[in-house]
Design a protein around this ligand. Structure first.
Ligand SMILES: C[S@@+](CC[C@H](N)C(=O)[O-])C[C@H]1O[C@@H](n2cnc3c(N)ncnc32)[C@H](O)[C@@H]1O
Length: 282
């Protein structure tokens, strides 16, 4: 039987929601930690090795994006795709935009917004002017003209909107659904956002000793992989799992992949209407 738990959050508040752990307060510290420990390159090697077939022109969602590595990888890889990266913590959205700009990804291909993984379809997009501000900061960093003050500006957001069901050809989540108030409900929302034939890649915390230790350390409470697979299957997906290999160390120590493909044939090209225009009442 699949069980879902209400998870007590510990930590700080962002936009009225609970932030899971102090590590996520500072995107620079998190980015430095991931890169210096080699986790970012390990995850990147795994993503490069991962055979996922999605058509050109899809919409990609990276929910709980952190510094953006999953979504930006696929934005680079899938021609004419567009990316929406969301996180509870606005700082991470800035970090994702700076990284996108350093990779020469153009502004028209990426949007960022805040969303709680408990309700991943309810988002607040960053305004165009804040987005441009961060992209310029990344551009400055790339050309050696970075002014640290430029990223200190207050980030502004549009009113809340709702994502349309069936509008994403690829959704990536990495080590985040365990922060949902109810993991089962969060996964069901994510599955509903997939277009027919679309793929959900969950680069989940592994259940190895190290995976469990790190999860415990960062207050990450998740269901077992079997339960996660069961929920996604009941949500109309065909699910496979994949373990990281030695060449993906150190990421292999803490992560594994759950890959779900939603039933239905053919992901429609160019998901133009991913964001519903009606405001969400909070
Ligand atoms: C372990 S990091 C994972 C980042 C990235 N997805 C990856 O795979 O490397 C967890 C991310 O989830 C975000 N997060 C924590 N609680 C969240 C919540 N309730 N809703 C959305 N994002 C959350 C944190 O701000 C952080 O960016």
């Amino acid at each position: 039987m699949i069980t879902s738990r209400k998870v007590p959050h510990t930590g700080n508040t962002t936009n009225g929601k609970m932030l899971s752990t102090r590590l996520y307060k500072n995107s620079h510290a998190y980015d430095f930690f991931l890169r210096s420990m080699g986790f970012e390159s390990g995850i990147d090697r795994f993503l490069q090795d991962l055979e996922i077939e999605v058509p050109a022109g899809i919409r990609i969602l990276d929910a709980g994006c952190g510094t953006g590595l999953l979504g930006l990888h696929f934005l680079n890889r899938v021609p004419h795709s567009t990316l929406l990266s969301t996180d509870l913590q606005p700082n991470f959205l800035g970090a994702t935009l700076i990284k996108a700009s350093k990779r020469d990804l153009t502004a028209d291909r990426i949007e960022v917004g805040t969303a709680d993984i408990s309700t991943p379809h309810e988002i607040r997009l960053m305004t165009k002017s804040s987005k441009t501000h961060y992209l310029n900061a990344g551009d400055g960093a790339r050309t050696g003209n970075e002014q640290s003050s430029i990223v200190d500006k207050e980030i502004e957001f549009e009113p809340a909107t709702r994502l349309n069901e069936g509008s994403f050809g690829l959704i990536c989540v990495g080590a985040v659904v365990g922060y949902a108030e109810d993991t089962q409900v969060s996964l069901q929302h994510l599955a509903r956002l997939l277009a027919p034939g679309g793929i959900l890649l969950n680069l989940e915390m592994s259940q190895s000793l190290t995976g469990r230790y790190v999860s415990h350390r960062y207050h990450y409470h998740n269901l077992s992989h079997t339960e996660i697979c069961g929920i996604l299957e009941k949500s109309g997906c065909e699910v496979t799992t994949s373990h990281l290999r030695l060449r993906h160390l150190p990421a292999k120590l803490t992560r594994m992949a759950i890959i779900a493909r939603r039933d239905g044939t053919g992901v429609p090209n160019r998901q133009t209407d991913a964001i519903q225009q009606t405001a969400v009442s909070n």
